[in-house]
Ligand binder design. Sequence first.
Ligand code: CA
Length: 253
Amino acid sequence: MKRLVKDGREPGSEVTSRGQRILVVEDEPDIAALIGYQLTRAGFRVETTLNGVEALRTVARDIPDLIVLDRMLPGISGDEVLSRLKDDPETQGVPVLVLTAKKEREERIAGLELGADDYLTKPFSPRELVLRVQAILRRAREPGRVSAGSKVLRMGPIHMDVSAMQVSVSGEDISLTPIEFRLLHAFLESRERTLSRRQLLEKAWDVEADVSDRLETRTVDMHVQRLRAKLGEAGDSIQTVRGFGYRLKKDLE
Ligand code: CA
């Protein structure tokens, strides 16, 4: 995994992350213990469950700030857990970092379409895991912290108030995830300029991208599709530039 969190700050350096609760769902005790140790050291409160049923029960009792979810679990799979979390209005907003084994990546890419916020391929460095978790929580906390540019962006029926983190289409408010918000912001700022998947990953995910990785490009595609759907008819203004990326069409009315 060549992808690294951009700012490279030390794990645990973010005082604001302290006390946030993370649920780790991992059936391999050694890995679960390692993740728990690293996240605890970084100031998080960590709860670990060894299977999906227990994970869903734990979430139902008390919704965590973030879930680290292994895909390969006994009983119900990580994908199934993710799907149930995303189907439930109570839990669909909880960020999920998915852990996936290298061999299951290509054939099981579909799992990501269920709505993971990010993923890590095993084996991963514990430091990278902590940085990813911090980056996801930072985005969730401040989706509007995208750039020092203009505070209100608009194009056709799309209106974005950056500091209020509000987006409306033809006057109707729509609800976007932090990633969708940041993607739309990148499009609105770039106007007709085409953005590569790499640029979108860097802008929206705040990471250095490895675009030779098919999973990376699929991740971008999936989130752009979701954004398009939420924008309704205005979503058609996000055009696919084959083999390269996307652009927002200017003359939208
Ligand atoms: Ca496992």
